[in-house]
Design a protein around this ligand. Sequence first.
Ligand code: SF4
Length: 322
Amino acid sequence: MSEALMSDTSHPSYLRLAESGELARRVDRLEQMLESCTLCPWDCRVNRLKNETKVCVAGYLPIVSSHGPHFGEEPALSGTHLDAGQAKGAGNIFLGHCNLRCAYCQNWQISQNFRQSGETSFERLAAMMLELQEQGCHNIGFVSPTHFSAQIVRALNLAVAGGLRLPLIYNTNAYDSVEALRQLEGIFDIYLPDLKYSSSSVAREYSQIPHYVESARAAILEMYRQVGDKVVMDEARAPAPGLGDPPAGAAERAGRNPREPGVDTRSSLPSRDPEPDGAVLPHAQGGQDGPAERRGDVPLADPQDSSTGVGPGAGDRGPSWI
Ligand code: SF4
């Protein structure tokens, strides 16, 4: 049985950046973006360093809704494909005040809690990472990190000084700005984007979000540019419909300890979305007409079925912007 994905804590990529001082410089650059916030494609341009807020209702300090070992991610992330008793879970940290308003969000009580503060210090966020490491988690997974990417990197710098060695996962709705993602290069080992829509009108209807499709595709392309597509499918995974056979050697690769970084793309397109998954993901790989060998090499996560937890309408939970 293979080890859990990213369980090798020998030298995750951000340690090199910390050693060279580059991690501290990334903090500065990301916080410059907070001064006129463009961390995501909403481009609100409010000064979050002064606690001005807009769409995500987030100021300067990070907002953490919960943290702890999580066993509901893909098996290779949670370790649930391991023998009994060996799974330690993904060390998830759920950020509050998501920048999307998905009407079907299964986490809406913690991701769209706009009327609660829940602010925490950078020191406390760093301590959470270290606690999860101490509990034996296989990795640290930031869930809905987009609007707090600058704050996460600042806290990471503190956690590294405190001894953090676990690889990092960026578990995002893919509504990330490419500019912000560029500042994350070499920090996150795994990108876990959840591609939600292939139709802008459906995106507006269910998530009150403009320009989702082109923004998410650009973001996922940037993630691929940084880390490639080497995330290894678990041997139990079936090939995704529309993407052809799994890449040659995938089953063999799934049986070894996959220490490589990569992008693991989820897709939770609602049933009303006009395009099947297989028609969307090739766009993220460089276009429908991209090389066949790349289209056939897209690593797909098991769909997390995040559309099953239907909550109240998004408009009931926060401000409407479009
Ligand atoms: S992170 Fe928040 S404030 Fe910044 S652009 Fe996105 S929604 Fe607006």
